[in-house]
Design a protein around this ligand. Structure first.
Ligand SMILES: Nc1ncnc2c1ncn2[C@@H]1O[C@H](COP(=O)(O)OP(=O)(O)O)[C@@H](O)[C@H]1O
Ligand SMILES: [Mg+2]
Length: 378
C-alpha cells in the first residue's frame, strides 16, 4: 500500500476522538488541531497541532499534512475555512455550509426559505423591547445567541421584561448578536442523523432526546413515535441538510408537538450527541460514516442491529469519584458500553463520557442505564 491518507480534524474533543477511532480502524491517519494540548483526540495521534485556524502559518503546515479537512464543531470561523479551500484543500462540510449553520439566524432563514418548518423567529435589534418581541412571538419566547451557543449556554427562556433585560446583558453586549424565537410547547424532542455524499444520502433512525437543563441527557433509539411521524421527521432532516448544501454527517434536532407537527430546532454539521448510540447499535456508526463521507467513499448501512438502544451522557458532578471506582461501578453490568473521553479537567455539567446499552426490551435497558449513571460521579 502507498502512503496513508490523512484526515485533518479541526477540534480535538470527544466527537473528534470517536471519529479518530473509526478512521484508524479503516487505516487512515488523523491529524488534530486544537487550542489545547493533549485534547481527547490529540492524545490518539502523533499529528497533534496545538493552535487554531486563525494562525496562517500554523494552518498552512496542518493542511500540508492532510488530504482532506473536517471539523468537530461549528465554531470554526467560516472565513478561515474559506482560506483553506482557497489553498486547494477540500473541507467537509464546506465553508458555505458552515457559514449558514454557525449563525443560528442565518440557519433559520435558510431552513425557512426551503419551506422547512421552524419556530417563528426574529432578529433582535437594539430598539427591541420585551413588549415588542412578545407582541410578535407570544408572551413566552426563547432568546438565543446567534453564534457560539452550545449545551444551552447561549439560550434564555423569557416571560417578562426583567428576564429579557437580564438575558440581553448576559447573552451579549450587543443586541445584533441575538435572535428570539417562539417557545414551542413540545411533547417530545427528536433528532435525526443524516449522512450525505455527492452520490448518496442515508438517514439513521429517528431518536428521542431528553434534555436536562438544556443539555442532552438521554437518547432513546428508535423514538417511540408512529411510523408516519418517523418518516416525516426523516424527510424533514434530509431536506434540512440539502437546504445548507451539506456533505458529511449532520444532526437535525426537532420538536414534536401535540398536533403531530414536527418543527426543526437546529442542526449540527458534524457527528452529534444523539448519534453516539450508533457505535454499538447500528451496522455503521455515525463516526465511520462521517469518515467515509469525508473521503468520498461508499456509505455503510445505517440500520440498527438490535431493536433498541439507550445512551446516557455522563456529565460532570460536584464530587468526582476515583477513576477506578467509576470503572467498577459501570462495568458491573456486563451489557454496558462505557465511553470515557479523557478530558483534562472535570466541571459540573461537562460532558465527560457516556454509556450505551442495546437490547430487545426498552424498559429494561433504560432502567439498567439509568441505574448505572446514578452510581457514577465523574
Ligand atoms: N423555541 C424553543 N422552544 C422550546 N424549547 C426550546 C426552544 N429552543 C430551545 N429549546 C430547548 O433548549 C434546548 C437547547 O436549545 P438549542 O437551541 O438546541 O441550543 P444548543 O445549541 O445549546 O443545543 C433544546 O434542546 C430545547 O430543549
Ligand atoms: Mg441543540
Amino acid at each position: 500500500m502507498d502512503k496513508k491518507y490523512c484526515i485533518g480534524i479541526l477540534g480535538g474533543g470527544q466527537l473528534a476522538k470517536m471519529s479518530t477511532i473509526a478512521a484508524s480502524r479503516l487505516g487512515f491517519d488523523i491529524a488534530i488541531m486544537d487550542k489545547e494540548m493533549r485534547s481527547p483526540a490529540g492524545q490518539l495521534t502523533h499529528n497533534e497541532y496545538v493552535g487554531w485556524v486563525d494562525d496562517e502559518l500554523h494552518i498552512r503546515s496542518f493542511i500540508h499534512h492532510c488530504n482532506v479537512i473536517t471539523l468537530e464543531n461549528e465554531f470554526v470561523d467560516h472565513h478561515n475555512l474559506k482560506f483553506i479551500e482557497s489553498l486547494g484543500k477540500k473541507v467537509y462540510p464546506s465553508s458555505t455550509t458552515i457559514a449558514l449553520i454557525q449563525d443560528k439566524l442565518l440557519q433559520k432563514q435558510a431552513l425557512k426559505k426551503n419551506k422547512i418548518p421552524v419556530p417563528k423567529f426574529i432578529e433582535v435589534k437594539e430598539e427591541h423591547t420585551f413588549a415588542a418581541i412578545a407582541k410578535i412571538l407570544g408572551p413566552t419566547f426563547v432568546l438565543k445567541s446567534r453564534k457560539m451557543g452550545y449545551d444551552g449556554y447561549g439560550n434564555a427562556l423569557i416571560s417578562n421584561e426583567k428576564e429579557y433585560n437580564d438575558a440581553v446583558k448576559h447573552l451579549s453586549n450587543r443586541h445584533i448578536n441575538l435572535l428570539a424565537e417562539s417557545f414551542v410547547n413540545f411533547t417530545m424532542e427528536l433528532a435525526v442523523m443524516v449522512v450525505r455524499t455527492a452520490k448518496e444520502t442515508k438517514v439513521y433512525p429517528v431518536v428521542q432526546t431528553i434534555q436536562k437543563n438544556h443539555i442532552c441527557h438521554t437518547v432513546i433509539a428508535p423514538a417511540p413515535i408512529s411510523k408516519k411521524n418517523a418518516s416525516f421527521a426523516e424527510n424533514i432532516a434530509i431536506k434540512s441538510v440539502k437546504a445548507v448544501k451539506g456533505f458529511g454527517v449532520f444532526g437535525v434536532e426537532m420538536f414534536l408537538t401535540k398536533d403531530h407537527s414536527i418543527i426543526v430546532n437546529e442542526m449540527a454539521p458534524r457527528p452529534h450527541n444523539s448519534g453516539h448510540y450508533t457505535i454499538e447499535a447500528c451496522v455503521t456508526s455515525q463516526f465511520e460514516n462521517h469518515i467515509r463521507a469525508v473521503m468520498e467513499l461508499p456509505l455503510g448501512s445505517t440500520e440498527m442491529v438490535k431493536p433498541y438502544a439507550v445512551m446516557i451522557n455522563l456529565l460532570g458532578k460536584p464530587h468526582p469519584q476515583k477513576n477506578i471506582d467509576i470503572y467498577h461501578a459501570s462495568l458491573k453490568d456486563p451489557n454496558i458500553h462505557l465511553h470515557l473521553y479523557g478530558k483534562n479537567g472535570t466541571r459540573v455539567g461537562r460532558k465527560m463520557g457516556h454509556i450505551t446499552i442495546v437490547g430487545d426490551n426498552l424498559k429494561k435497558i433504560l432502567k439498567a442505564a439509568t441505574a448505572i449513571e446514578e452510581k457514577i460521579s465523574l
